[in-house]
Design a protein around this ligand. Sequence first.
Ligand code: CA
Ligand code: ZN
Length: 297
Amino acid sequence: MRASSDKCIYFFGEEVKVALHCKSGQVITMETKDCFSNQLEDKKEIENINWNNINPATGPIYVEEAEEGDVLKITILDINVNGEGFILAGEKLGVFGDSLKGTTTKTVKIEDNKVIFNDKISIPLEPMIGVIGVYPKEDKINSGTPREHGGNMDNKKIKKGSTVYLPVFKKGGYIALGDLHAAMGDGEIGGSGVEVKGEVTLKIEVIKEDIKLSSPMIKDDKGYYTVASGETLDEAIEIASYNMANILMEKTNISFEETVMLLSICGDLEICQVVDPLKTVRLFVPLSIFKSYDIEF
Ligand code: CA
Ligand code: ZN
């Protein structure tokens, strides 16, 4: 099944026609525009682009079996980007925003699994998904903001081979995704990754009982990460930490005190991004901890 990038949303939770219906277990390829809706690629100058068309998320996809309270397990089978990407530095954007005047864009070539920054520097191609989310719990949320529903998490771990777990807040789930990056540093401190259009192939499954989630979780070959966003990093850290503690306590007989100890000695706190309207962090716990108790989601 294929979802075209022509069907996209700018708000999670807005009432639009569903782009695609699928069943649990189905594999879908989703075509995505870049975060500027391909306006730079169409040779529009940055001064002239329509800022209402930023961060388009292809979808939404309605998953037949998904009911409120379930979890969507989304396995990223492949991410394809090629050609060229765009990087931005600008006034009021990111950590350096107060020191910059106007907006500067840079076009970079992507070839031989590298992003060519200049004639001396090339960066390994590490495609990731900036925006992936579901219909939110309460009000609609613009696709540039991360929250419990996922959204603009700008999380480097959302890459080929990873699995993203999202809570279902509304029957059908309504998955949408976009904002691919050919590369991005943790924090995305300038406010931009290597912004690219592309194609994501994923498998969508519904988990009914095994786990309850109040915000996103990710798994890769190294371990699990709880992901949380907040007004401040402190707030996001607290949510991600409690969520991980609750997941572990739910599946083991370890006390709260010992869970705190365990997370303190082997949980790695990492920054996803500090530049979107809310800030996003993740708490990593190695796979071996989960394997000790035969926990697998
Ligand atoms: Ca983003
Ligand atoms: Zn982006």
